[in-house]
Design a protein around this ligand. Structure first.
Ligand code: NAG
Ligand code: NAG
Ligand code: NAG
Length: 330
């Protein structure tokens, strides 16, 4: 009896309407009387309903070998498929990454069981920038997007920073018809709720069509700063609204991290860039995958983003000489 009451309580809370969503990506698949072939699994539930909503976050630092053995249900390349149902979408999780191994491993340790509990079919991609030049997060995300689509036909993309861990199972990593900003609260680091209304950092959820329709994000932001805002403005310019869960559901634990080199030109870039969104982004992306491996928890790539010609960055790269990492056969 108690459990029945609890179930209804949790169920009701878990189904609070979500802002701006007219329909979800695969609603047409949502047929209770769906016909399925012999031996085929039923579709996974449309929305997860949990008895427990609070994630027990594990904050004990972990070494790679231990993490890599922690999930026997993961397949090489960081692939997971639910066992008892057919997922409604294929989701790629992209981590633009450099230099924060301790955080990355902790986020993976917590995010993998979190997404498994949500009955998602997913693959994790760690996209690491070669160690020269400032980090170009947006370009690394674009590369992750293109490379992920070479691996599988994904419908949905989670773009995740390596320093945020979700706190609530109802924070469903499933694409809707608007891009979703996932990190609504990070009160361990900033004040409760969004720091500013345009804040679009931490983690986002976009469908393939949404990302393609904004031509990905800008390749021009070398160093930290404003690239998330730029991404946000591209979506707004393209006529999207940004979906967000309520604060309690969109709450994340923020892990400690070191700050990165700031992009001194970020203010000039931002503002002029929206006009160029269809001329610069996915369609001008140039890069090389230097090496990659397929661990149990991720397909991990080291990538070299090419600099556009005619900039001082290109000159600096030329001066720096050839790559210090020897490409290995894939
Ligand atoms: C591959 O796997 C290891 C873990 O053994 C990781 O630390 C390494 O940097 C990975 N990445 C690439 C691109 O080889
Ligand atoms: C499911 O049932 C409804 C109403 O009975 C019907 O209109 C619909 O076509 C059915 N869908 C499938 C996939 O059989
Ligand atoms: C830069 O210019 C050279 C020579 O014109 C060309 O081969 C190369 O593809 C260009 N690179 C980029 C990133 O545009």
């Amino acid at each position: 009896m108690v459990s029945v009451v609890l179930y209804f309580l949790v169920y009701t809370v878990a189904n609070v309407p979500v802002s701006h969503e007219k329909r979800s990506l695969t609603e047409d698949e949502d047929r209770t009387n769906e016909t399925r072939a012999e031996g085929e699994l039923p579709l996974c539930p449309r929305k997860p309903t949990f008895f427990i909503t609070k994630v027990q976050i594990n904050t004990t630092p972990i070494e790679f070998p231990e993490l890599n053995n922690a999930f026997p249900d993961m397949q090489p390349g960081g692939i997971f498929k639910p066992k008892h149902c057919r997922a409604r979408a294929k989701t790629a999780v992209i981590f633009p990454y450099r230099d924060r191994e301790r955080n990355l491993l902790l986020v993976l340790l917590n995010l993998i069981p979190f997404m498994m509990a949500q009955n998602l079919e997913f693959q994790i991609f760690v996209v690491e920038q070669v160690p020269w030049f400032d980090f170009n997060k947006c370009m690394i995300i674009n590369i992750g997007f293109v490379e992920a689509l070479k691996a599988q036909k994904f419908d949905c993309f989670v773009i995740h920073d390596t320093d945020f861990v979700p706190k609530d199972y109802r924070n469903y990593y499933y694409c809707g018809n608007q891009p979703r900003h996932l990190v609504v609260d990070r009160s361990d680091r900033a004040k409760r709720g969004l720091g500013y209304y345009r804040y679009f950092g931490g983690a986002i959820l976009v469908s393939r069509e949404q990302w393609e329709s904004i031509n990905g994000c800008s390749n021009m932001y070398w160093g930290w700063g404003n690239e998330d805002d730029d991404m946000y403005m591209r979506f707004i310019a393209e006529g999207y609204t940004i979906a967000r869960y309520p604060i309690k559901i969109g709450a994340y634990m923020a892990l400690e991290h070191e700050t990165q080199t700031k992009n001194m030109k970020r203010k000039e870039l931002f503002g002029s860039n929206i006009d160029r969104m269809h001329e610069e982004g996915l369609n001008t992306l140039q890069y090389k995958v230097v090496k990659r491996n397929h661990t149990n928890v991720a397909m991990w790539m080291m990538v070299d983003p090419y600099k556009p010609n005619g900039t001082e960055i290109a000159d600096a790269q030329a001066a720096a000489g050839p790559a210090i990492i020897t490409p290995s056969p894939e």
